[in-house]
Write a protein that binds this ligand. Sequence first.
Ligand SMILES: Cc1cc2nc3c(=O)[nH]c(=O)nc-3n(C[C@H](O)[C@H](O)[C@H](O)COP(=O)(O)OP(=O)(O)OC[C@H]3O[C@@H](n4cnc5c(N)ncnc54)[C@H](O)[C@@H]3O)c2cc1C
Length: 511
Amino acid sequence: METIREPARNIPVRDKVDVIVVGGGPAGIGAALASARIGAKTVLIERFGALGGQQTQGLNSVFSRVDPELHNGIVQEILQRLMNGGAMRKPDERRMRQNPMRTHFIARYGEEHIPKRLLNTNVGWWGGEKIFDLEYYKYLLDTMMQEAGVRMYLHSFAASTIRDGNTLKGIITEGKEGRRAILGKAIIDTTGDGDIAWKCGAPVMDDTIPLGRRKGRHMGSLTAFYLGGVDLGKWLEYRKAHMDEWGQMYGGHRMVREARKKGAYIRGDSIILSPLHSVHGGGRIWVMNPMYGPREDNHLWMAEEQTNLEVSLRKQAFAVQNVLKQQIPGFEKCFVEKTANYPVTTMHRIIGDHVLTVAEMREGKTFEDSIAINNQPPDIWEVAGRFGYEILPHDIPYRCIVSKEVDNLLAAGTTISCGLFTNGGLRYCTPSMCNGQAAGTAAALAAKNNISPKDLDVNLLRDTLREQSAHVSVNDVPEEAIEPYKFMKKISKVNKKNSEVNIDEEEIGKY
Ligand SMILES: Cc1cc2nc3c(=O)[nH]c(=O)nc-3n(C[C@H](O)[C@H](O)[C@H](O)COP(=O)(O)OP(=O)(O)OC[C@H]3O[C@@H](n4cnc5c(N)ncnc54)[C@H](O)[C@@H]3O)c2cc1C
């Protein structure tokens, strides 16, 4: 490729702070709040005009599998404030008890053989996802950042880094006003893509799919959109009468297959239609599964691929709308209400002193330097599917959120040190926000003590997190709370129908 030399220039220094958090998704939210709350001068940089990351920009208004025995601290506080603001669906006990899968379990295994907590707790097994209103969430996050004293810079893209040897000195942002430098003692990469680690030359993982038909190729993407104007009552009646086609989370296989034969541009083989996202009523359906695999197997960070991706996903949204409109009762007057401008992607992750694997997730591994807990199984939409592949709650070690090479660089959320398949679980919102809280706390403690996060006493970090009511290790969790996971793991079977790979425990375990 032809190159030109960019002329050197002086850049105004906008701020000198203790902690810089780059990226305002669930991980960045946890990190910035935690850092500022323990007194560190904290800046949060975000390229879009609102916080929330893939939640607000990608239309994922869901926190999955929030288990009060495993996740506390900032994530629970946010959920409570969403609830208090009337912006989250109330838990529906009746719905949980009537859940068809729960009824099926009782019939199959006998109530007496199923752990009580599994039957009586709604952490996601029986439809207990926390679904909320995105606009209120944006407003709530602004409010919480202001309360905590976090200085936010929205519409600011972290374009470059300032690195001196093994130390990261700061971030250069690019916005309408041009370039600005922000200097900090500790920097947290919560960009979802490992942008900061990659841009500063820290070692990162940029891996391709290790198994299956697409071995050696980069992961693709998927997205969601909202349909408005749906007659939910009519649709739910129809669904009840067509459980074979629509009773599964991923439904509509037959409809999609036939539409495709007639030329409809739909790339997934099924769709999710969630009426639960109609938080305030009004006939909204959340549709998920339009998919995109990079052409020529390019990486999704390339502008050409991102353009193709956005075009393809919008085309699919309208194709799905048209098919539903023509074929499914309740959708006659539906319209595409909103498409996402930030699809799910998998890009760079930092390399820390530990790289977490699926085998460690499966065995529920604990670590002495654990700072948060994950209970989300790997969800690798293009390769292995998720359902049926259960894990035990496991620890996330501090070594996974600290860069191996750059002294004051931490990461949280999607970008932590783990294998590609492991990332399929760890990237979820709840573990992201919890390890974000840990990263923010660590960065603030290190900055206050003028030490590198690498030299931080991990017990001080764990104690500080516990003071914030966060859960730091499975070792602290009562045995009864883990029993449901053990039961689910024992009975779960890999859903080979959704899987491109012949799931081999040992092989998958490495990633
Ligand atoms: C359609 C869809 C469905 C999903 N379903 C679920 C689900 O059911 N349950 C669940 O838990 N999770 C789900 N997810 C995944 C979940 O939302 C993400 O894994 C999670 O948001 C990751 O959090 P994060 O903070 O690591 O990164 P992100 O949410 O990706 O946030 C990163 C932030 O960094 C910003 N950023 C990136 N680069 C820069 C830069 N250079 N400069 C400045 N800012 C930058 C981005 O704009 C963004 O705000 C879904 C996601 C999507 C899109």
